[in-house]
Design a protein. Structure first.
Length: 188
């Protein structure tokens, strides 16, 4: 099953993004094993999370139109988020994957949201901590993710929010909701 998707990804992604997708899938599998989740579902979600990342603007807009996705004001001006929305729709409608949790994990791997499932958190954090990542604080988040999924989740959200604010970019309301819920429920 995975080989078929890997071949598809090779046609849709550049070399870097293909490698990144493999790394996220491996990290998602590792985190699933560590935190007691289905490793096959985690691996598949990690593998497919960036399936439309290299799509051009026209393909994203076509997917949005075809599958009834309406962007809010923040999303209209944050094209970096588009691949999560179009990717989830592509996986559901084109690849015909019917696992709603996998689709949701792909949809929210960039912004997060309140009430995330274990798989959604695993994919969000696997994208942050995969072996190919080298941003500042990646080692801190990797250490946290090995200690506590919740602690890593809060730190990753905080890191994202601070990075967006420091670069004078909008913070998606889903990200703020995820952070507020995580800290209010003791994920500090």
């Amino acid at each position: 099953m995975y080989e078929e998707y890997k071949l598809l990804l090779k046609t849709r992604l550049d070399e870097y993004r293909f490698y990144h997708s493999l790394c996220v899938a491996d990290e998602a599998k590792r985190l699933a094993e560590k935190y007691g989740y289905d490793v096959d579902r985690a691996y598949l979600a990690g593998l497919l999370h960036d399936i439309t990342k290299n799509s051009d603007e026209q393909e994203h807009l076509q997917i949005f139109s075809q599958f009834g996705i309406i962007l809010n004001d923040i999303e209209k001006n944050a094209k970096k988020l588009w691949h999560a929305m179009s990717g989830a729709a592509y996986v559901k409608h084109v690849l015909k994957i019917e696992d709603d949790e996998i689709i949701s994990a792909i949809r929210y791997h960039t912004t997060a949201k309140a009430n995330m499932t274990l798989l959604e958190k695993i994919i969000y954090l696997a994208d942050f901590t995969s072996i190919d990542r080298d941003y500042s604080d990646v080692e801190v988040i990797r250490e946290y993710v090995n200690d506590s999924l919740e602690k890593a989740f809060v730190y990753a959200l905080q890191y994202s929010i601070c990075d967006l604010v420091n670069n004078k970019k909008c913070v998606h309301l889903d990200t703020l909701a995820a952070f507020n819920q995580a800290v209010s429920t003791g994920g500090k």
